[in-house]
Design a protein around this ligand. Structure first.
Ligand SMILES: [Zn+2]
Length: 182
């Protein structure tokens, strides 16, 4: 069976097919290529397309999605919520609350610089308060331990004995982009 697809014709000279993040099939074709050639190409690749679309749909269904509009809201939330959590846990760990900033990092939830200034991704805020607290404690523990050695984890564990369960729930949201528009 021919999959549903969106045909985009342009000045290109070759055919290509891709499945976008929401599972839609996009076919790019030269302007004058006859439809039967395009459909023959698609039917040769129908198995691959079905598998790719299914994989993307599953991924999309499981993912937390945020739009460009949510970013300001998440940044504001981070600035409101994090100072209190940092002060609270710094107190319990016998530390001065360090300076911190909010970033738009997509590859990590937080970091601790050599000068003990902390950064937190605004995307951390889509997570549960328990998971957010884990990242706060994790970065605070880096003030005394600049690695992930046994002493580091012992300090995290002394503050949050259930840190492993909290860590498991952490998700980085998928950023919705224009490519999913019809
Ligand atoms: Zn770390």
């Amino acid at each position: 069976m021919m999959p549903d697809y969106k045909l985009i014709r342009s000045k290109r000279t070759t055919l290509s097919v891709e499945v976008d993040a929401s599972g839609h099939v996009l076919v790019r074709a030269p302007r004058r290529m006859p439809l039967f050639m395009i459909e023959a190409f698609l039917s040769r690749r129908s198995e691959w397309i079905r598998n790719a679309a299914e994989k993307q749909r599953k991924k999309a269904a499981a993912a937390v999605r945020v739009s460009e509009k949510d970013i300001d809201r998440l940044r504001t939330q981070a600035k409101e919520i994090l100072p209190g959590r940092i002060a609270f846990f710094a107190g319990r760990m016998g530390l001065e609350p360090p300076p911190f900033r909010v970033t738009s990092a997509r590859t990590r939830y937080g970091s601790c610089s050599a000068k003990n200034s902390l950064s937190f991704s605004l995307f951390l805020m889509v997570n549960s308060p328990e998971a957010i607290d884990y990242v706060v404690v994790h970065e605070l523990a880096h003030i005394r331990n600049k690695n992930h050695g046994p002493r580091f984890w012992a300090e995290v564990g002394s503050v949050l004995p259930d840190w492993k369960a909290r860590k498991k729930t952490l998700v980085m949201p998928v950023l919705d982009t224009d490519s999913s528009h019809e």
